[in-house]
Ligand binder design. Sequence first.
Ligand code: PHE
Ligand code: NA
Length: 454
Amino acid sequence: MTTTNTPPKTLWLGRWGFVLAATGSAVGLGNIWKFPYITGEFGGGAFVLVYLACILAVGVPIMMAEISFGRRGRGSPIDAIRRVVHESGRGSFWSIFGWMAMLCGFMILSFYVVVAGWSFSYLWKMLSGGLAGNSVDDMAAIFAANNANPFTLGAWSTLVTVLTMLIVGKGVQAGIEKSVSWMMPGMVIMLGILIGYGAFSGGFADAWSFLFSFNTEGLSSEGLLAALGHAFFTLSLASGAILTYGSYLPEGHSIARTTFSVAIADTVVALMAGLAIFPIIFANGMNPGQGPGLIFMSLPLAFQAMPFGTLFGVLFFVMLSMAALTSSISMIEATVAWLVASKGMTRKRASWGVGIVLWLVSTLAMLSFNMGADWTLAGRTFFDWLDYLTSRWMMPLGGLGMALMAGFLLRTEIFREELGLSRTQHTLWLFMVRYVSPLGIVLIFIDALGLATL
Ligand code: PHE
Ligand code: NA
């Protein structure tokens, strides 16, 4: 890249623009779909504890660094990192972490639209009575049938792709900022209602101890890596999203404060989702480790049994679909911003161009649930590989790169100015990005590399 473009001038319009957009990015399928099912796979409490530790010790300090990169460099991850690195008299080599982040956001979106498509299709089923049936087996059969037809399943993920690119194509303020400003509170209310239901359904105590009894058997190396990767995924780190949104953050907004509000909101929603879903799992004797279909097979059971269940079900899937959209737009904003700034494309063109490539790759991911179910490599489908490579390797690696750049490579004044912390606070942050976060990542990597199966 030999671009010498000037930084774009776009900024969030409203005082809450960044917080809303960043919270919208963070809170998504990761919290409601992924967190419960991987917690189920890795056995509960111990996994949750490691995950929370990763959020605090790795995620939060790196998010602060990432927003600083964005605001200082004012541009896509590639451009912003290059500018900040140049400001410190270092070479363009380091923008490789920008490239990786952008690729990572694209790869995540390629499988994310499939899951978001599930959410839209379940909304449709809820509205049209297609979720009839009331046994655990009925729900499993409905989920299987929903995946079996590549044309209908593909239509749903295509819908999500189109909606995402429509919003992003409209621009940062008119598209992204406007669309994120009204969906999050409703989702929290819906989860609250579901927890209320869960509390009376008989499985609540089991769910609580499943999530919070930290002294269970301990955790496999794979579970450690999954917890670390999920901390990155759930906070939208090292995938271009938070950095690019940070590049639209006006001066004078506290990066530390927004980071904490986003991280807290994200964690609360994930734990709420767990507390809503696991009571249903245990009350119905379902297996918590059944994988990606977990919420789609469990929640409809609860909706059927509760008064006004259809209404709640519709509202829930509306909210889930919106949460997915406020995340999906953030995954692709980096690429679109880069095409606009560095390649001189119009936003519309860039969005549709990216959308077409995205559609091709996501269609391959969608086929992992039907025609391509046995196109596997080392036991993983294409969908699985996208998820695995991004969460377990690319995001932690990208986060490591950013922590080390911020901690050792770059001029310390840059981060002093961007973060505007007190002396003690800054020392603490520096200690985290220099030692604690990198060490955490490296130790988990080393542990995971000892695994026989990659
Ligand atoms: N944080 C989002 C979620 O939890 C997913 C995401 C990952 C969004 C990476 C943007 C970038 O659903
Ligand atoms: Na999240």
